[in-house]
Ligand binder design. Structure first.
Ligand code: NAP
Length: 290
């Protein structure tokens, strides 16, 4: 990985709090090395009170752009000259491009979901899907499904049913799509909708390190070998949910794929170049001992 920089090196980075466990510097710096682009990615731990001044500083220092993560993804919007359609539909910005001192906000989770599921487009389109979760990442998943896959029905499932209902109302009014059911997360009550769906997505944080033994669905007889099960959780790479799904013969997509694909979109926004995602994913899995 790059061990020196000079005046021409272009800078990008990450603003978040906390940022201790982020894989983004590794992903981007490996990609810069693989492509030979003279860029460097730096992480910054920025508390909310310092967000504005930190961004002013990055612009003054000539940064090409930056990622924003928790807790800045919504607040950063007020500093943007323009926000992409994806970012306004998802209600969060995770990537900023700096152009002639102006800030442009994007949400690359949508591209991350799209790229991760694209190979299953035929199976997903015109079939039923289940999305578990109603937070920021669930919004990116639902937007992507409606815009790019057009499933016949989306079953929204969440621990707090009201949040799922709010999402239904939002997408009904913004995207004129109203083929939803809204459900509380109460397995085995949702067994039938899981069984009737070609895609099951976990967009909750259940199963995330250090709670590796938890899963949002715990019975493997819910899955079939015709299904695709996508877990957004990327630490651990192979979650309990994915192991259960695999044991029933379902096809699985892990959160690392989405993580690399959403980073690839940021990379493209900043550099205009494609990230070599397969090589970057391999390098990341190797680093994680996979
Ligand atoms: P968020 O906005 O905080 O939403 C969290 C969701 O998880 C809510 O629906 C919440 O339900 C649910 N939840 C939390 N604890 C639960 C529990 N014990 N039982 C049942 N449901 C529970 O989070 P987010 O930003 O959407 O992120 C969700 C997950 O996706 C995280 O693990 C994150 O790391 C991952 N993610 C991955 C990528 C990637 O690139 N792979 C990108 C974005 C996010 P309530 O509404 O009832 O609270």
């Amino acid at each position: 990985m790059k061990d020196s920089m000079h005046l021409k090196t272009r800078l990008v980075g990450l603003l978040g709090h906390p940022i201790k466990h982020t894989y983004s510097p590794f992903i981007h710096n490996v990609a810069f090395e693989l492509t030979g682009l003279d860029y460097m990615y730096l992480p910054f731990n920025v508390v909310p009170a310092n967000l504005k001044s930190a961004i002013k500083g990055l612009v003054a220092l000539g940064f090409r752009g930056f990622n924003v993560t928790i807790p800045h993804k919504v607040k950063v919007k007020e500093l943007m000259s323009k926000v992409s359609e994806e970012a306004s539909m998802v209600g969060a910005i995770n990537t900023v491009l700096v152009e002639e001192g102006k800030l442009f906000g994007y949400n690359t989770d949508v591209a991350g979901v799209l790229e991760s599921l694209y190979m299953f487009k035929k199976e997903i389109s015109d079939n039923e899907c289940v999305v578990i979760g109603a937070g920021g990442s669930a919004r990116a998943v639902i937007y992507t499904l409606i815009k790019h896959f057009r499933p016949s029905k989306i079953h929204l499932v969440n621990r707090t049913e009201q949040r799922a209902e709010t999402l239904r109302q939002f997408f009904k009014s913004k995207m004129k799509y109203d083929s939803f059911t809204v459900n509380e997360l109460m397995p085995p009550d949702i067994k039938d909708i899981i069984k009737s769906s070609s895609l099951v997505v976990n967009a909750t944080s259940v199963g995330m390190y250090p709670e590796n033994d938890d899963a949002v669905l715990t019975q493997n007889d819910m899955f079939t070998n015709n299904q695709i099960v996508f877990d957004l959780v990327y630490n651990p790479v192979e979650t309990k949910l994915l192991k259960l799904a695999q044991s029933s013969g379902a096809k699985t997509v892990d959160g690392i794929k989405m993580l690399v694909n959403q980073a690839a979109k940021s990379f493209e926004i900043w550099t205009g170049e494609k990230m070599p995602t397969e090589q970057v994913e391999k390098a990341l899995l190797l680093k994680l001992g996979k």
